[in-house]
Design a protein around this ligand. Structure first.
Ligand code: COA
Length: 328
């Protein structure tokens, strides 16, 4: 059977930095509280750029690093909860057009912070089935656009950014396994209630601030730690890989305390664990590929590195992936 390999990674972080000290001037919070509860020190904000602009830049870098020609790409899939447009066109179509790609499959998926793991499962399946050979997957988010800047319980947590990868048919360094799952019964704990069909965009929706993300942080925290730990244990056991054999554990970057809890339960060392939450905050579907790119650019992620990914997010959705990095 044809195997799928992640052959390149790229990322883009907008240049404007919003520090915890800047947030102290906007809401009743402090650098001390944010640092202690989340590990976050700063995040990036896309002022004059849209989600597709962030995704385009990350995708261009991943494409250049793949060594492939634009014409080799046969699908573009974007995971985002902050698409450029409501319903259509998809952000993937916008990015494909910005990249100058012609005649490619392009669509978005919505799996919140687990988006990149869902993308990997899709890309792996499409390649293994023989349907496609080279797929550009992108996690891109302008979370600042759905942030209530008067709600201190959430606005300190998120940031903007994008990450992208090329997944290709290759004999070496395969994506070994991907597991994804969900529990829709908990959807209301992390939700953007408007402006879609249930609460259409109108004066009341806007006045009640339903167009912004809402989260029951404490409930999400506990469920995230337990679910992620179980999911990571399961994928390692299923593939008979001891945690010592993992070169890099790259978890979703939502909260340093969640990462530390999972890391300790799995007995991962500091050198195995990639942490970027302090500089980008939670960038939802972009967080894993941005962290992976960080590890790549600092020479921690190398050709053949065995990598474990995990994520949890709205829906609820969660997932994990095991792969050998196929990039140069
Ligand atoms: N600055 C200062 N105080 C704040 C604050 C802020 N930004 N946000 C909340 N507080 C206050 C609360 O009002 C509360 O005060 P009270 O005790 O007087 O009522 C207190 O801090 C504790 O709030 P709580 O929500 O219980 O804190 P917490 O320890 O659960 O930390 C989160 C809050 C959001 C950091 C944490 O719950 C979390 O990270 N949750 C999961 C986030 C996540 O992973 N989300 C996405 C999944 S992809």
């Amino acid at each position: 059977m044809t195997k799928a390999s992640l052959i390149s990674i790229g990322a883009y972080a907008p240049k404007d930095i919003l520090t915890n000290y800047d947030l102290e001037k906007i809401v009743d919070t402090s650098d001390e509280w944010i640092t202690k509860r989340t590990g976050i020190k700063e995040r990036r904000i896309a002022k004059d750029e849209f989600t597709s602009d962030l995704g385009y830049r990350a995708a261009l870098q991943a494409l250049e690093r793949s060594g492939l020609d634009k014409s080799d790409i046969d699908a573009v899939i974007c995971a985002t909860i902050t698409p450029d447009y409501f319903c259509m066109p998809s952000t993937a179509c916008v990015i494909a057009n910005k990249l100058g790609l012609k005649d490619v499959t392009a669509f978005d998926i919505s799996a919140a912070c687990t988006g990149f793991i869902y993308l990997l499962e899709l890309a792996k399946s499409m390649i293994e089935s023989g349907a496609k050979r080279n797929i550009l997957i992108i996690g891109a988010e302008k979370t600042s656009a759905i942030m209530d800047w008067s709600d201190r319980s959430i606005c300190v947590l998120f940031g903007d950014g994008a990450g992208a990868a090329v997944v290709s048919a290759r004999d070496n360094n395969p994506i070994l396994d991907v597991h994804t799952s969900s529990d829709g019964s908990k959807g209301e704990l992390l939700i953007t209630p408007g402006c879609a069909i249930v609460n259409p965009a109108n004066k009341d929706t806007i006045e009640n601030r339903l167009n912004f993300m809402k989260m029951s942080g404490n409930d999400v925290f506990k469920i995230a730690v337990n679910t992620l730990t179980k999911d990571v244990v399961n994928i390692l056991e299923k593939n008979q890989i001891p945690s010592d054999n993992i070169d890099l554990f790259i978890p979703h970057q939502a909260n340093l305390r969640i990462i530390e809890a999972v890391k300790q339960r799995l007995n991962f060392s500091d050198s195995q664990c990639v942490v970027t939450v302090q500089k980008y905050g939670n960038t939802s579907s972009a967080s894993i590929p941005m962290a992976m790119n960080d590890a790549y650019e600092s020479s921690r992620l190398k050709n053949g590195s065995l990598v474990l990914l995990d994520a949890f997010g709205g829906g609820f959705t969660w997932g994990s992936a095991l792969l050998y990095f196929g990039g140069k």
